[in-house]
Design a binder for this molecule. Structure first.
Ligand code: NDP
Length: 329
């Protein structure tokens, strides 16, 4: 089968299409205690974490096939996975499992989400890593309440676009940031009351809150925005640094948290999809989609062979919404 292979970490040119052996159910089918499945991949989602895997910032043993999510159909199913209700021919999505930039992937059953018929592949792939992340950020990491002021950085991005929508559905007032007027327009289309460039966000928060500050700042940009994100908060506000698109936040003096006593967290999706959480959160995300509270943009599609171009585009900030690799029609 065809798969994207990374022999050595590095730039996008390291994403090379190769012929490799089909994945097989392993001889230890109870991996993670829940069995496993082999899926035929229709669409593989492209996420920023794939860049971190490719560059080695989040190391994976080499060689590896990147891509932590996708949608497709189960081709083979271990007995234990069958006992969990999974079956050959079933259409499913999966998350947090490297190996998805390929025609087939081996996935632990604990990471598989059966897909309802009314959610097509394009919608499903946008609702997986990025939809689940937007959900836990808005509902669990900080539970947004009506009328609260939330700042969402990189609001036109994959997570940001869905997070604006969920926050707005929960009654929050969203102030979004983005790098271009067109991306700011997208943020407003998602429901942001105000959308501005990064340099203007302080003024926007002051204006909307009469200088009091935001209840919560969702920051997926990291190094470039972190100091300003802290300044945007009201007293005892919450800063959620969930990503590092501009680079990781450097070590800092805890004393910087004394003025205003903010809460600071650096959450990870893996900790919000443990055991039954994954299926429950997926159901909540699908319900929000049906209620049109979550409206993913039509994804930007790339052929599997063009994975390197997808990474270049993502890293150059040229993209908005979801990027996917089309594997099989
Ligand atoms: P996006 O689609 O949001 O792409 C990143 C966006 O960040 C860009 O479009 C750009 O928007 C903005 N950005 C700002 N500065 C830079 C920079 N220097 N280089 C590149 N982009 C920049 O990506 P995702 O939604 O997939 O992920 C966003 C972040 O969230 C990533 O760091 C990702 O790893 C993280 N993440 C964390 C999760 C968790 O559970 N903690 C789960 C999922 C994602 P603009 O041009 O408007 O500035």
């Amino acid at each position: 089968m065809r798969a994207i292979h990374v022999d050595h970490v590095g730039g996008p040119e390291r994403l090379v299409l190769q012929e490799v052996a089909q994945p097989q159910l392993t001889s230890a089918p109870d991996r993670e205690g829940d069995g496993e499945v082999v899926v035929g991949v229709h669409l593989a989602g492209v996420n920023y974490i794939d860049v971190y895997h490719r560059t080695g910032r989040y190391p994976l043993p080499t060689p590896f096939t990147p891509g932590v999510e996708g949608v497709g159909v189960i081709r083979a199913c271990s007995p234990t996975a069958g006992e969990r209700g999974l079956a050959v021919g079933q259409r499913v999505g999966w998350v947090m499992t490297p190996g998805s930039y390929a025609e087939a992937a081996l996935v632990p059953a604990s990471k598989v989400i059966p897909l309802p018929d009314d959610i097509d592949d394009e919608a499903a792939v946008a609702l997986l890593v990025q939809g689940l992340t937007a959900h836990y950020l808005a509902v669990d990491t900080y539970r947004l309440a009506p009328g609260e002021i939330a700042v969402v950085h990189a609001g036109a991005g994959g997570v940001g676009w869905l997070l604006i929508q969920l926050a707005t559905a929960l009654g929050a007032v969203v102030i979004a940031t983005a790098s271009t007027p067109e991306k700011c327009r997208l943020c407003r289309a998602a429901g942001a009351q105000v959308a501005v460039g990064y340099d203007d966000v302080g003024g926007a928060v002051d204006e909307v809150t009469d200088g009091v500050g935001a209840h919560v700042v969702y920051d997926g940009v990291g190094a470039a925005t972190f100091p300003e994100s802290l300044r945007l908060l009201r007293r005892r506000g919450t800063l959620v640094v969930y990503g590092a698109a501009s680079g990781p936040v450097p070590p800092f003096d805890l004393g910087a948290l004394m003025p205003g006593s903010p809460y600071l967290t650096r959450p990870s999706l893996a900790d919000y999809i443990v055991a039954d959480d994954l299926q429950q959160r997926a159901r909540a995300v699908f319900t929000a989609y049906r209620a049109r509270q979550l409206r993913p943009q039509a994804p930007t599609r790339y052929p599997l062979a063009d994975a390197a171009r997808a990474h270049r585009d993502l890293e150059s900030r040229a993209t908005s919404g979801k990027l996917v690799l089309t594997v099989t029609a």
